[in-house]
Write a protein that binds this ligand. Structure first.
Ligand code: PLP
Ligand code: TYF
Length: 385
């Protein structure tokens, strides 16, 4: 049986972790995988999360099974956090991270329309296309980002929306686009919402970085506008970055299902049951405790403000330090794409111990105000080679 399998390449981003670890040069800089790091290079457990976890361990009465929808308190509170007042009208299911939410969304779309089409901007998170394709869906690609300007290829997005058919799914990064950091502005969001509704396209918003761009409500404003404009929508939500939960696999899928609420909910529960039965509890229960406890929620928001301010300070320092990095100043979140060829990405790693994805994507959180000058020097050196 297994002799029929062909070997699959490892995730190149995760392979960088091992390469970086083995590099003995003390000045090495890791701009690879997308996790937040503080000034000391550490990925902390947030203060409120530690407190909520303690409370959970002390007070949790049982570890008996929950249903396929997971922790219903978490689902309601995270829906409210992501979508504001319109959360009331959405179906919610807790999922193993944002990845689980995307996989469940793909399975739901495949059940409703086998072989249906998902429109995906390029570049995108490399896991998007395989998630949809492995569910049996067809992926249509269009240009999301213009490397010449470092901004959104907005005309291409409008053109793709114009080509999409009613019932096609259109994936949109809710904020802090991975890998480009290029997000729509308010006027562009309004235009996307208007066209999505006009074309009968079903938006699938991937909201994995809420709070890391401009603020919790600011980062969700575009997603809320689009969802409000249509009858049917999907929102794949992740708490793994904004609550620092990563390995706890915490997320949710929210679905707006017009007149098909009961059928959609029962399909979501059935599909979740066949994939993972029910989601892991710990991260969601702890995030729920934060969101339902005003003092913890306030402390969490404060710490998230600090995270965002640090990212933005490093981002602005980069933009000011080199003319070819200037576009980074208008981008959002943890990531940006550098104008480097694959050979230059290898050269900056070999010659300067700077590790980044092969695409030239950097994780801003891997830098500090102190390490920016050394990084910019390395960047400039490989550019002029
Ligand atoms: N969507 C995007 C754009 C991401 O960058 C990530 C990164 O992890 C995810 C979804 C998945 O999030 P999670 O780790 O919660 O599965
Ligand atoms: O893009 C990133 O770096 C994050 C983390 O298979 C990630 O989204 C990377 C690769 C992967 C899962 C998560």
């Amino acid at each position: 049986l297994f002799a029929a399998l062909t070997p699959q390449a490892p995730d190149p981003l995760l392979s960088l972790i091992a390469l970086y670890r083995e590099d003995a040069r003390p000045e090495k800089i890791d701009l690879g995988v997308g996790v937040y790091r503080d000034e000391a290079g550490h990925t902390p457990i947030m203060r409120a999360m530690k407190a909520a976890e303690r409370k959970l361990v002390d007070e949790q009465p049982t570890k008996s099974y929950l249903g396929p929808e997971g922790d219903v308190g978490f689902v309601a509170l995270s829906a409210r956090l992501a979508m504001g007042p319109q959360a009331e009208g959405l179906i919610g299911v807790q999922t193993p991270g944002g990845t689980g939410a995307l996989r469940l969304a793909a399975a739901l779309v495949q059940s409703a329309r086998p072989g249906g089409t998902v429109w995906l901007g390029a570049p995108s998170w490399p896991i998007h296309a395989p998630i949809f394709e492995s569910a049996g869906l067809k992926v249509c690609s269009y240009r999301h980002y213009d490397p010449a300007t470092g901004a959104l290829a907005f005309e291409d997005i409008l053109e793709a929306l114009g080509q999409a058919s009613a019932g096609d799914v259109f994936l949109i990064h809710g904020c802090c686009h991975n890998p480009s950091g290029a997000d729509p502005d308010a006027g562009q969001w309004a235009e996307i919402a208007r066209l999505t509704a006009e074309r009968g396209v079903v938006p699938l918003i991937d909201l994995a970085y809420q709070g890391l761009g401009e603020g919790l409500d600011e980062d969700a404003a575009g997603a809320r506008l689009v969802v409000a404009a249509v009858d049917e929508a999907l929102v794949a939500y992740s708490c793994d970055k904004n609550f620092g939960l990563y390995r706890e696999r915490t997320g949710a899928l929210f679905v707006k299902a017009a007149g098909s609420i009961d059928a959609t909910r029962s399909n979501l529960h059935a599909l979740a049951r066949y994939m993972w039965s029910m989601p892991p509890d710990h991260g969601a229960a702890a995030a729920r405790i934060i969101l339902e406890t005003p003092a913890l929620a306030a402390d969490w928001r404060m710490e998230l403000d600090t995270v965002r301010e640090r990212l933005n300070a490093v981002r602005q320092a980069l933009a000011a330090a080199h003319p070819r990095l200037a576009p980074l100043g208008g981008q959002k979140g943890m990531f940006s794409l550098l104008p480097l060829t694959p050979d230059q990405v290898i050269a900056i790693r070999k010659d300067h111990a700077v590790y980044m994805a092969g695409s030239g994507r950097i994780n801003i959180a891997g830098l500090t105000l102190e390490s920016v000058p050394r990084f910019v020097q390395a960047f400039d050196a490989v550019l002029s080679n």
